[in-house]
Design a protein around this ligand. Sequence first.
Ligand SMILES: Nc1nc2c(c(=O)[nH]1)N[C@H]1C(S)=C(S)[C@@H](COP(=O)(O)O)O[C@H]1N2
Ligand SMILES: [Mo]
Length: 350
Amino acid sequence: MNRRELLKHLLQASGGLIAASVLGGCQSKSIDPLFLLSLINPETPLPDHLITPLEEFYVQSYALPSTVKADQWQLKIKGAVETPLTLMLQDVLQAPQEDFHLTMECIGNPAGGNLIGNALWTGTPLLPFLRQAGVRSDVQEFALKGADWYETTLPVDDVMRADVRLVHRMNKEPLTAAHGYPMRLIVPGHYGQKQPKWIVEIEAITKPKTGFWENQGWSNTAEIPTHALMRQVQETRVWNRQNQVNVSRDGDAGWQKGVLLAGVALDRSSSIQAIEVSTDNGASWSQANQNRPNSPHEWTLWRYLWKPQQPGKYTLLARAKSDRQQQPLEDANGKDGSSGILKIQVTLQT
Ligand SMILES: Nc1nc2c(c(=O)[nH]1)N[C@H]1C(S)=C(S)[C@@H](COP(=O)(O)O)O[C@H]1N2
Ligand SMILES: [Mo]
């Protein structure tokens, strides 16, 4: 049994957990979102884009990143197609290339969590290759597989969209091994789990099937709900593990001069219409300033200058409203991804 077969065997036996721990553990990385601080100066307009630097971009892989060599990489389009295809790297690189901004988030990201990042991706549409292969009319889904035999599935109409791309660059650099070198698929509107890294196989299937995370109870549609995240209170970066903030009264960053709140918001398909902030635990809401990205798949940036009148303890919330929905206060179902709101506890000192 080679390593690949061994891993496969272990995975089938354990549902993934043993294989990951035997062979080096789940590759998970999340870092403080340092990047927000620099941009949020209330005097300057919000930028059009806020890119997460590669070294701060979260990594979520259930097994070791596989070492796929670019010159040996192949992508097989197979199953219920007229003409199965095998693509080499050249085939993808010679096709027309597109740059696009897209925010990637893990479905397991808790309210206000850190498993989210925005990048400029480069790749080519998958659709012409699917047309070339000739997808049969009885095909219901595609099974998308990585070289680590990660698998996820999506309905045929979701994958045969013009904005589904084979992607090989992230922030203008070749994908790193951790992010899927040499090639991943990006299907906008869905959580990270539907974005297979190290993609090597696209199989057209005539019966619905569920993939790796989906078999463990995570949503099979994995569509991103309308949600906002507060990421900054004055000079403090806030997130779900750092949600208590003290602000002094005097000085440049004292609350008497106002307290800057800032963050991001995202939805699967609709523009963010408004981000509202509450500084009294949801009793009243005020609208924040925001930018308006061209694509709904890139996070919206927002900020709000809070002018508190007196010292004390405050509970801060941020919620988003898109053309589709108003974000609820509580999570509907954690396995569908978090739509809930993180509460930030702020003490304004006397
Ligand atoms: N082949 C493969 N693709 C994968 C995964 C994986 O473990 N293997 N993890 C998925 C999950 S759960 C997420 S959230 C995203 C994360 O992408 P990133 O690590 O580039 O941020 O990749 C997805 N694609
Ligand atoms: Mo994920």
